[in-house]
Design a protein around this ligand. Sequence first.
Ligand code: SF4
Length: 375
Amino acid sequence: MKYLDEFNDPQLARRLLDEIRATVTRPWALMEVCGGQTHSIIRHGIDQLLPEEVELIHGPGCPVCVTPLECIDKALEIAARPDVIFCSFGDMLRVPGTDRDLFRVRGAGGDVRVVYSPLDALQLARRHPDKQVVFFAIGFETTAPANAMAVHQAKRLGLANFTLLVSHVRVPPAIEAIMTAPACRVQGFLAAGHVCSVMGMAEYPELAERHRVPVVVTGFEPLDILEGIRRTVGQLERGEHRVENAYARAVRADGNPAAIRMIEEVFEVTDRNWRGIGRIPGSGWRLSEAYRDFDAEHRFDVTGIRTEEPAECRAGEVLQGLIKPTDCAAFGTSCTPRTPLGATMVSSEGACAAYYLYRRMSEPALPREEMNPVG
Ligand code: SF4
């Protein structure tokens, strides 16, 4: 397939691996930020092909995985109301809340619908003026522009029955939190190419300089990832810590200015809890004051929610790169994609799901709507 096969070429992959082997002289630990990159690495066995000096640590860039439990529980409570049509990307339906998931709410009669765009939810709101339509607006910088556009349109149309339940997160504060954690072993980052295609690269030079860590903007195909690793290892061996763009076919230095303007029009930066990790200052977006009427948390009274994570789930350590999924005792036993204890086993970008799907292969693939990536 044109534009994809070129980035899977085995001969070019061997050449890049040879260059990495020829460059590396000592151990380095690199973090791929995005869960999509983690899946590509595990699926293609890239971590097993690298010289043993190069370790890949899986980062927290899985939007479904880091959506906080209290937000999932709020979604469950809103979705169960009889006057609500609750819309979400497919991944979120199986994510366990404290005592159920959105599939169970749907099974109990809740009107929970999988959509492929927030604009689909907007159309539902126009078609069902007697219902409150709520869209579960989660994700990183990649999904924020379309979500911002949906609520911008809703305001322009004067729709009084459309709201977002917002749990947006931002990558640069997460990198800051990773680098300042006492147990941090990360020496270089493969930054998420799709995030940078929206936001550009302006937020990274200061981080790279202050933490003296190379940041290489990297894509998702096998050759993209090997090229990102080659450049990061090269910088580390030379004692450099620069921001480089290894995904120039999709990323411009200034990103997508129209998308950034739309985000800034609708959202404002806020502190955000990351599931399994905790509160990271300035790491999220919420609707700004001008759009507060479209905030589902304000429209529905969902305060007083008490949450409880399963004690055996170690997803927080997985998301911080402190352990591999296979280090969790529940992996593949009490926790599988069909019986997930944590969100990292559910999501199409979750590290636990990646290890299960590509290193065990013992369960049939999940239905397509359950594996819809939200970026
Ligand atoms: S394998 Fe399951 S229980 Fe263990 S960390 Fe991953 S999601 Fe949590």
